[in-house]
Design a protein around this ligand. Structure first.
Ligand SMILES: C[S@@+](CC[C@H](N)C(=O)[O-])C[C@H]1O[C@@H](n2cnc3c(N)ncnc32)[C@H](O)[C@@H]1O
Length: 200
């Protein structure tokens, strides 16, 4: 019956059953629909994959990053991708700064909280289990990074948009392409870069 056929094609192309659009003139086998539906649900609920895996910054490099940024007790240090929390914990312990770590992996957040308690700075630091691209970082006066060059480049517009002029940004190993650092140094063969957010 031609009108029933036209109605069916319209129904499918309007998206009422997206998986069925692959089968415009007939129903897919039930099993195939069920498995593609299962895949869709699983993908939408899957935790976000980290942009880079956890590799800790060595203590000497942590110290050099904090010194390069001239961290003091009046600073709020944000580490984007904070791993086991070592950078913000060191900022609190050695310089009296307040610290916030943003970390996608909840197990590393738990580890960081344990480490902060052990170091006696749990009242000065906090760790948030979140995607660093989705967190408001405007409170920071210092931002530390150990990510990848490609992630630094993706992050740069957010840094420029949210951070106050004068906020220092320090990166372990990876630069920011065309945004040239105002200082850089080498610690144990590793580059550390410093930028300051300019006036707008
Ligand atoms: C190379 S490690 C650096 C850890 C710590 N900052 C340090 O220097 O010791 C990068 C960290 O970023 C985390 N990470 C990766 N992508 C992320 C994202 N989109 N949001 C938050 N954390 C992320 C990883 O789980 C990992 O712990």
């Amino acid at each position: 019956m031609p009108s029933a056929r036209i109605a069916l094609v319209l129904f499918l192309s309007l998206g009422a059953a997206p998986h069925a659009r692959l089968f415009p003139l007939g129903s897919p086998p039930v099993e195939l629909v069920a498995s593609s539906f299962r895949r869709t649900v699983t993908a939408s609920q899957a935790p976000r994959t980290p942009d880079v895996h956890f590799v800790p910054t060595p203590t000497a490099v942590v110290d050099a990053m904090l010194e390069l940024a001239n961290v003091t007790a009046s600073d709020v240090v944000y580490d984007l991708g904070s791993g086991d929390g070592r950078i913000v914990i060191a900022a609190a312990r050695k310089f009296g700064a307040r610290g916030v770590g943003i970390e996608l992996d909840p197990q590393l957040v738990n580890q960081a909280n344990r480490n902060a308690r052990k170091a006696g700075v749990a009242d000065k630091v906090s760790f948030l289990s979140a995607d660093l691209f989705n967190v408001d970082i405007s409170e920071a006066t210092v931002v530390t990074l150990y990510l990848l060059r490609s992630i630094n480049l993706r992050l740069q517009p957010k840094l420029m948009r949210e951070l106050k002029p004068g906020t220092r940004v320090v990166s372990h190993r990876f630069d920011m392409g065309d945004w040239k650092p105002e200082r850089e140094l080498t610690v144990r063969g590793v580059h550390v870069y410093l930028w300051t957010i300019p006036n707008r």
